[in-house]
Ligand binder design. Structure first.
Ligand SMILES: C[S@@+](CC[C@H](N)C(=O)[O-])C[C@H]1O[C@@H](n2cnc3c(N)ncnc32)[C@H](O)[C@@H]1O
Length: 299
């Protein structure tokens, strides 16, 4: 019910490029959002999805229960997960275009799942991606597909977001300018298509997470734990990794009242200049040269 009301409100408030006076936003909408050309990368995305939809294996899901820190375990068929979860084909194409249009060099994704969004960013683009997934078996399937599709520009890490981000904040001052991460067996690795497991100390803190510390991300796709407090925490923790031209994309900003509150707080943050609400996604830009302005755009 909440979603229906939220969608009606969105439709009443939304616009297309008409009435958008910011040249930056106008160009983004007309040249990227509404770009109807068919790009070769779209075929890769189609085949990637198809291979998941054909995958009849059953995996054990470590579910990060809503509002709970206690994981629920479940067995699920990969094909069924691909049908119900993950980015839609239309959004995947838009994400692919965004990475290209914004000339994204480094991207971070919170919430890999089966890698549909990651593949959307990676296919045909020069970007290097760090993607984080908490469920080891889901990540293993994604890692296998990335290798199968030759998507070598993806570094997949198995970790809880909270652990990953907490470690980055704790060790920001201590970790030198190093770009390796540590694998499960302690071997350093750089571009590693196998999932990298962040190691935990007895205090439950990841022991190595230099990637996040040494990179300014151009695009950050936050698509995991869709709850107010978690979303605001990720936003705050990721702020040190952005630069003037970065974009953060938050998924499911209207999913619940809590997510809508989180979205309003993000919009009001002093670092935030331009936001675009596309109903499913909230895009956040930090361009200091722009007036603070919030857009609601149909895609
Ligand atoms: C909606 S799915 C991601 C979909 C994917 N980004 C896409 O575009 O297809 C969310 C994923 O985030 C993971 N996740 C949720 N909360 C998490 C957390 N706190 N730490 C690590 N992973 C988490 C879940 O296991 C799930 O696979």
């Amino acid at each position: 019910m909440h979603l229906i009301t939220a969608y009606i409100t969105f439709l009443l408030r939304s616009t297309n490029q008409h009435g958008v006076h910011s040249p930056f936003v106008y160009n983004l909408v007309t040249r990227c959002f509404y770009d109807k050309k068919k790009y070769p990368a779209y075929e890769i995305l189609k085949q990637y999805r198809k291979s998941l939809l054909k995958d009849k294996r059953t995996i054990l899901i470590k579910d990060f229960g809503a509002g709970s820190r206690v994981f629920k375990s479940d067995k699920r068929e990969v094909s069924k997960m691909a049908k119900s979860a993950g980015i839609s084909p239309k959004r995947a194409r838009l994400l692919n275009r965004l990475v290209n249009y914004l000339e994204v060099d480094r991207a971070l994704e919170l919430g890999t799942s089966l890698g549909l969004g990651t593949a959307a960013m990676a296919a045909g683009n020069k970007v290097k991606i760090t993607t984080i997934e908490g469920c080891p078996e889901t990540a293993a399937v994604a890692g296998e597909k990335f290798r199968g599709f030759g998507l070598n520009n993806i570094q997949l890490k198995v970790a809880r977001f909270e652990l990953f981000l907490k470690e980055s904040a704790n060790s920001k001052a201590q970790i030198p300018n190093s770009s390796f991460t540590q694998t499960e067996n302690g071997q350093p690795t750089t571009e590693n298509p196998q999932p990298t497991l962040l190691r935990s100390s007895s205090h439950g803190q990841a022991t190595n997470n230099s990637e996040l510390l040494t990179h300014n991300f151009d695009l950050l796709y936050i698509d995991g734990n869709h709850q107010k407090e978690a979303t605001l925490t990720y936003f705050e923790k990721l702020l040190p990794t952005i630069h003037n031209n970065s974009v953060m994309i938050f998924d499911d900003i209207h999913w619940s009242k809590g997510m809508e509150e989180a979205w309003e707080e993000i919009k009001a943050h002093p670092e935030v200049r331009v936001t675009i609400d596309t109903f499913q996604w909230g895009l956040v830009f930090f361009r200091r040269e722009q007036e603070k302005e919030h857009f609601v755009i149909r895609v």
